[in-house]
Design a protein around this ligand. Structure first.
Ligand code: GLC
Length: 429
């Protein structure tokens, strides 16, 4: 992908160049000392017994059957599923509150790739090293990096995520490779009286994902090669402007400003969209749900870019162990269970989630069942991480607060980008 060529390692890894002398406000921060924040609980790594697994809404219906299987095999170390909402920001805030309260019952939690740095720096996640080491050989490199902070693994890569362009094969014979090509096809949608393109534009983490992709796909980047914000560029402007223009001229339907993952999936499945940007989980539901109108006409392709394929934001989740858990030995076994080949295959076949094990992308049986796996692997390998920083909540807020009014036409793109730049800069002071 074009824009990756001139991204040097720091920026390619999305590492925000911040002075990390403090760990940010509030909480029971241990100042980056990892397990130190856990006090007594952290010292005991041998505890065994029931644990709770906390994760956002199980849209793909894979967590319950998996836990049932675990529980049958571990009657004295049963896992209870605590299901959160389907909204990334709410999941984050719930975890923060429970970590701050040192809740021993949030034993294993699903950590979005963008939360690793924050949770690790606060000392809330048990480092997975020494006695608690977890084998990551065979895992996709970006998933390991996203679960690590300052060279230490803090969570078990559980599922990856890369943006996919879903399209209607019955209406467009071949997927557009560039954004302009895609916009050129919007007349087809118009003639059918359906929306042309949607992603996730509600004001939450998904908007950061979509705005960053728009910028990255046109050769811009949120951070430069030194990890400093670099939003005042022609490339970033052109990228964000694509969304602004498409929303203004109706190629992105007005209701899409309220879409998160699920609303946008529903619209596409109901036959109301020609193109949809979303994650791989959509494939399973769009091809199996009885009400889906796109079952037999679902196409999947890389996100469109400027002169060729664009660049996805890297998504995904890892399973982290709370330092406050009293049953860490059980928790570690459960993390290992989540990363086995069998579990990873189950996630892929039952929920079309993106495996973290590299070899599954070339597994003949799996590729026969999930023909999009090569497209997905490329999407993940070329994906651009969102900024890596303990202060991520403030960084994503700066992006959302500005991208949202820009897309709605309430703030000029230039001003939105320079305000984003300024806000992110203040995080490094
Ligand atoms: C998906 C991605 C995650 C991202 C979120 C945004 O869950 O895996 O990384 O932050 O969507 O809504």
């Amino acid at each position: 992908m074009k824009n990756r060529k001139y991204l040097l390692p720091a920026a390619a890894a999305g590492v925000l160049a911040l002075s990390l002398t403090a760990c940010g406000g509030g909480g029971s921060s241990s100042g980056g000392g990892g397990a130190a924040g856990g006090g007594d609980a952290a010292a005991n790594l041998d505890g065994r017994g029931p644990i709770t697994y906390v994760q956002g809404k199980d849209n793909s219906n894979v967590v319950r059957p998996l836990i049932e299987k675990w529980n049958k095999a571990h009657p004295d170390e049963k896992v209870t599923f605590k299901e959160q909402t389907d909204q990334a920001d709410q999941q984050h805030d719930d975890l923060v509150q429970n970590f701050q309260a040192k809740n021993a019952n949030y034993d294993v939690v699903s950590v979005d790739v963008v939360w690793t740095a924050e949770f690790a720096a606060k000392g809330w996640l048990q480092p997975l090293k020494d006695k608690m080491a977890l084998d990551t050989s065979g895992m996709l490199e970006p998933t390991i990096e996203a679960a690590s902070y300052k060279g230490t693994l803090y969570a078990a890569p559980e599922s990856s995520d890369g943006g996919i362009l879903y399209y209607r094969k019955d209406l467009v014979p071949t997927a557009p490779k560039t954004w302009d090509e895609m916009m050129g096809m919007c007349s087809i949608a118009k003639a059918k009286n359906i929306g042309c393109y949607a992603g996730q534009f509600s004001k939450y983490e998904g908007l950061t994902v979509n705005a960053s992709e728009a910028i990255n796909s046109f050769g811009g980047s949120v951070l430069d090669k030194d990890g400093k914000p670099s939003l005042n560029t022609e490339e970033a402007k052109a990228g964000l402007n694509n969304l602004v223009k498409a929303y203004a001229d109706g190629n992105i339907p007005k209701e899409a400003i309220t879409y998160k993952e699920e609303e946008s999936r529903q619209a596409f499945q109901d036959g109301k969209l020609l193109f949809l940007r979303n994650w791989p989980y959509v494939y399973n539901l769009a091809t199996t749900e009885g009400s889906s109108k796109v079952k037999d006409v679902l196409g999947m392709a890389p996100l469109p870019g400027k002169d060729g394929p664009g660049a996805s934001s890297l998504g995904g989740h890892s399973a982290g162990m709370s330092v406050y858990s009293k049953n860490k030995a059980t928790a570690l076994d459960f993390l290992k269970f989540l990363t086995t080949e069998e579990t990873q295959k189950f996630f892929a076949t039952q929920g079309s989630l993106a495996p973290v094990l590299t070899k599954l992308y070339d597994d003949k049986e799996l590729v026969a069942k999930l023909p999009y796996l090569p497209v997905l692997k490329t999407s993940i390998e070329n994906a651009v991480p969102r900024p890596v920083t303990p202060f991520y909540p403030a960084v994503t807020k700066a992006i959302q607060d500005n991208a949202y009014p820009a897309i709605k036409g309430e703030k000029p793109v230039d001003a939105a980008l320079s305000d984003m730049q300024k806000s992110i800069e203040t995080q490094s002071k």
